[in-house]
Design a protein around this ligand. Structure first.
Ligand SMILES: *[C@@H]1O[C@H](CO)[C@@H](O)[C@H](O)[C@H]1NC(C)=O
Length: 268
């Protein structure tokens, strides 16, 4: 724009000096052309050239003015476009900023989750180790295939000889004793069958102490059962066994009617 204005001023300057003393215009040029005085021929020729130049300058000046107007329109258009683009740029910038802050939030969340994940993983590892180290205790037995046991004239320890399950080997079939391998809470259960031979009675002992008695009258030729269970807090080495009361009997055969079982619920 500045270049155009400079050019314009230059041309105006030229025009001012060339057209000094002249009214200007095409009519005058035609009039001048009719002058045929030979003694002034050279001067007139120069003057004519000057006038011709002035005329050209005016024509160019008009053309330039038109161009300037056109350029102005163009510049306005460009300015408008520029302002629209500037607005778009601002909005893009603000969107970018918000995206960036969101990204950084997500990165932070991700880092938090990673931390929590790795702490969970190490906790899982610890639990797996604990679980692997945790003692496993479970047994399930049945008394005998021999049929009726008793009556005897003294209490006798019941040795459950058919061992079906004995994880941890805490039950000993040769003594009939269950020995707690670790301190914990244990679940114990037994079923006693009596059949057609008198009364049944079974005691539960913890070490040397009787902790439960069971008794059932059975003299009508009908099979009778009782089942009982205990949940006991035992320390390592505590022993549990079942005792057949003197003068009473218990029945079992290959049908596994009379059973004794137990398991560690959890350690303490
Ligand atoms: C008693 O237990 C033994 C050993 O598991 C099994 O072979 C037998 O079939 C059981 N008896 C009955 C009647 O299920």
């Amino acid at each position: 724009m500045r270049v155009v204005v400079g050019l314009l001023l230059l041309l105006l300057g030229l025009c001012g000096s060339g057209a000094q003393g002249e009214a200007g215009g095409l009519g005058e040029v035609a009039e001048i052309n009719q002058n045929t005085d030979p003694k002034h021929a050279a001067e007139e020729s120069t003057e004519q050239t000057t006038k011709q130049t002035t005329c050209d300058i005016w024509t160019e000046l008009r053309a330039l003015r038109d161009m300037v107007v056109e350029l102005n329109v163009h510049v306005e258009l460009l300015q408008r476009e520029n302002s629209v683009q500037a607005t778009e740029l601002l909005s893009l910038e603000s969107r970018l900023t918000s995206s960036e802050s969101k990204t950084s939030d997500l990165e932070k969340e991700n880092a938090d989750l990673q931390t929590r994940l790795s702490s969970s993983e190490s906790r899982i590892d610890q639990l797996e180790r604990e679980n692997a180290e945790k003692p496993k205790v479970a047994f399930y037995t049945a008394l005998t295939d021999a049929g009726t046991l008793g009556p005897y004239n003294t209490d006798i320890t019941l040795k459950y000889s058919k061992v079906f399950t004995n994880i941890g080997n805490a039950y000993n079939p040769s003594t009939g004793f269950f020995t707690a391998p670790v301190k914990g809470v244990y679940n114990l259960q037994f079923t006693v069958m009596g059949y057609n031979a008198g009364n049944t009675a079974v005691y539960v002992y913890k070490n040397t102490q009787k902790i439960m008695a069971n008794w059932e009258q059975n003299n009508n030729g009908v099979p009778e059962y009782f089942t009982n269970s205990l949940v006991l807090e035992l320390t390592a080495g505590d022993e549990i066994h079942l005792v057949l009361r003197s003068g009473h009997y218990i029945f079992d055969n290959s049908n596994n009617y009379s059973t004794f079982s137990g398991s560690l619920l959890f350690t303490l």
